[in-house]
Write a protein that binds this ligand. Structure first.
Ligand code: F3S
Length: 62
């Protein structure tokens, strides 16, 4: 699985690192990035929760 954050869509709400800090983190620009790819199998469910939990659908995990 590969996780991506569309920075043009992210509003910096900060939810995704709460769901899955192993894959998502906030950067100095105030927006999220997916810094662990491919997504480790043991956190795939958490990464999908982050995808579903993003309020602006900026995350793709597939
Ligand atoms: Fe941005 Fe969505 Fe994460 S708005 S900070 S990608 S939950």
């Amino acid at each position: 699985m590969i996780a991506e954050v569309d920075k043009d869509t992210c509003i910096g709400c900060g939810a995704c690192p709460e769901f899955c800090p192993e894959v998502f983190k906030m950067e100095d620009d105030g927006l999220a990035t997916a810094y662990t790819n491919p997504v480790p199998s043991e956190v795939e469910d958490a990464a999908k929760e982050a995808e579903e939990g993003c309020p602006v659908d900026a995350i793709t995990v597939k």
